[in-house]
Design a protein around this ligand. Structure first.
Ligand code: E4P
Length: 281
């Protein structure tokens, strides 16, 4: 048995990529992406024909270059995918979480991303969002840098510990929000979270899991979660802001994450504009 097959016994495996062939190859149940991954996928020569097709369709529809660029980016939205299979990614700021609560009321499912603090996780559960993506690797990166660049032993990995704590809290208090660990730097971090509801994994790490024979032991499970120590908290906006701000890593990583996704979304938009301009002259 491969590590991937073994992991799939406890956890829904999701592909974390914008690369369509990688999704096809690993046949995951779902896929996640983000502006950075999409921008990079759009530059892959093998997808030149898809870029051409999107630019063609956008130029046929016409309008200003900006409208056509928007059409270019929206091209794949129009493929028929059932509404309940699509989750809208929203940054886990207080405002993002409240917006997600309203969308969920209207039957629009949300994936609350850029999640680094326990406060963010509690607020998401209280808001009744469908899914959260706690970022293991970026938490690890912050603590590694803080410690002068020294690797942190796997059994002290703060990213892994953060997801385990959130999972246990959700299961202990019966929250329905699903936990999907994201942003992995190595296979060890993934294996240590076996049992999480979902894990979204990059194609490189999926390859490694698929090529390694072995059995993954379940680490997270609802029964063990019952003995976890965290008291149940109800967070007002004021309490959320205070608690989140007390966490320097989460405060910095959330702000940086929004800046980076926005900058890559803008690059994608500029790329779309250049492709449309090339098409219509
Ligand atoms: C997935 O949902 C996240 O956007 C992704 O895992 C982030 O990974 P990174 O920290 O490697 O950019």
């Amino acid at each position: 048995m491969t590590l991937l097959e073994s992991l799939k016994q406890y956890t829904t495996v999701v592909a974390d990529t914008g690369d369509i062939d990688a999704i096809r190859q690993h046949r995951p149940q779902d896929a996640t992406t983000n502006p950075s991954l999409l921008y990079h996928a759009a530059q892959i020569p093998a997808y030149r024909h898809l870029v051409e097709e999107a630019a063609e369709q956008a130029s046929d529809i016409g309008g200003s270059h900006a409208q056509m660029a928007e059409e270019f980016i929206d091209h794949y939205k129009k493929k028929s995918v059932a509404r309940e299979r699509v989750l809208i990614k929203i940054a886990s700021t207080w405002e993002g979480i409240q917006a997600a609560a309203e969308l969920e009321q209207e039957g629009i499912h949300c994936n609350l991303t850029l999640l680094f603090s326990f406060a963010q996780a509690i607020a998401c559960a209280e808001a009744g969002v469908t899914l959260i993506s706690p970022f293991v690797g970026r938490i690890y990166d912050w603590y590694k840098k803080e410690g002068g660049g020294k690797e942190i032993p796997p059994d002290q990995d703060p990213g892994v510990a953060s997801v385990a704590r959130i999972y246990n809290y959700y299961k202990k208090y019966g929250y329905k929000t699903q936990v999907m660990g994201a942003s992995f730097r190595n296979v060890n971090q993934i294996i240590r979270l076996a049992g999480s509801d979902l894990l979204t994994i990059s194609p490189d790490l999926l390859d490694q899991l698929e090529k390694t024979e072995g059995v993954v032991e379940r680490k997270l499970d609802p029964a063990n979660a019952q003995v976890s120590k965290d008291e149940r908290l109800r967070l007002t906006e004021k309490a959320f802001r205070w608690m989140h701000n007390e966490d320097a890593m989460a405060t910095e990583k959330l702000a940086e994450g929004i800046r980076k996704f926005n900058s890559d979304a803008q690059k994608l938009e500029e790329y779309a504009l250049s492709q449309v301009a090339e098409k219509v002259g």
